[in-house]
Design a protein around this ligand. Sequence first.
Ligand SMILES: [Fe+2]
Length: 422
Amino acid sequence: MDTTTAIARFDEVRADTERLAAPLSPEDQTVQSMPDVSPTKWHRAHVTWFFETFVLAENEPGFTPFQDTYWFLFNSYYEQVGPRYARPMRGVISRPGAYEVGDYRRNIDDRIRDLLDRVDEGAFAKLAPTIELGFHHEQQHQELLLMDIKHVLSLNPLQPTYAGGPVAGAGTDRLGWVDFDGGLVEIGSADGGEGGGFCFDNELPRHQQWLEPYRLADRLITNGEWLEFMADGGYRRPELWLSDGWGRVNAEGWDAPFYWRELDGEWFEHTLHGTAPLDPGLPVCHLSHYEADAYATWAGKRLPTEAEWEHAARAYEVVGNLADRDSFHPRAAGPATDGLRQLFGDCWEWTSSAYLPYPGFHPAAGAIGEYNGKFMSSQMVLRGGCALTPPGHTRASYRNFFPPGARWPVTGLRLADDGRRA
Ligand SMILES: [Fe+2]
């Protein structure tokens, strides 16, 4: 990457965020509907703060912050940067408003472009990894912005629409299986520090893992299949559930996926393009890890490990129903092939793997080292991307992670099974 490429990429990523926020009024952008959700304008400001704090403050001659207290408001979780405003209270911050956040963004945009224009080759080589991390960080927040506004709008009885349109209806086709021999395989990014492609630190180091023979379902589980699980008492049978999951079923009254609503015996689903009758042929989404695991148990199968998923996915091109399709919702799998369908896009796929450091993982020194490593506790890995993931933001080695009870992300499931030794 040279400075011209960096400026072009910077402009593109920054414009994408503003394009996603554009359909939302300042009032929409202010609401925080639960502690896990952040207001749209907070996302827009926080990703700007990231560039201001980690790129400008360390590289801009005579740096002064855009505003004295934004570092306090828009720091997400970086302890080494300093104290920050309480996350669950982000929705009560009415000022700066959405337009003032726009002013903040434009100011930092101009200053980043100026810096990149003027910087010499040696200094650029030093800041390039951080600015590239800033691009991918902003893309992560683009996905979160959409997941979060989906929840905000779901609580409004007017059933407002964000964007997109209904996706094509579909029947559920027969679930196929693809066999893998396993053996000694390599897991983790092959690009980090080698091929020049970007990866997060948690995708490194590349290392060997032993896999027993296994099988993966050739597509995601559908709404229609989920209805069968429900009809068979799926949410009422403790023997199907992990203990923590059964606790949540009872404590929170789970009886269907997160955005499903039953009206006069018919199921409807909240989507970013409004509330729609449930389509049995579309992938089931907004499941917790506990629900995905219970379904797999009910089906006599299991969830894939992240190594099984990654080993299988390496053979496939990273194409799918991502956030460039403008439907902003998972789509049907399409015609069967002799391979795996829906690997990238549609729904993040829960794995049975706890989010842990790979052997030899070392977070970077300083505050930026807090990006991933400190979350390697009490979370499960998801793979593949979803219909809200920006194109170019996922890959076979990408490790997403959420707590096992999270239901507001766009999460689904692919079954796995043990294979037979040849
Ligand atoms: Fe962030």
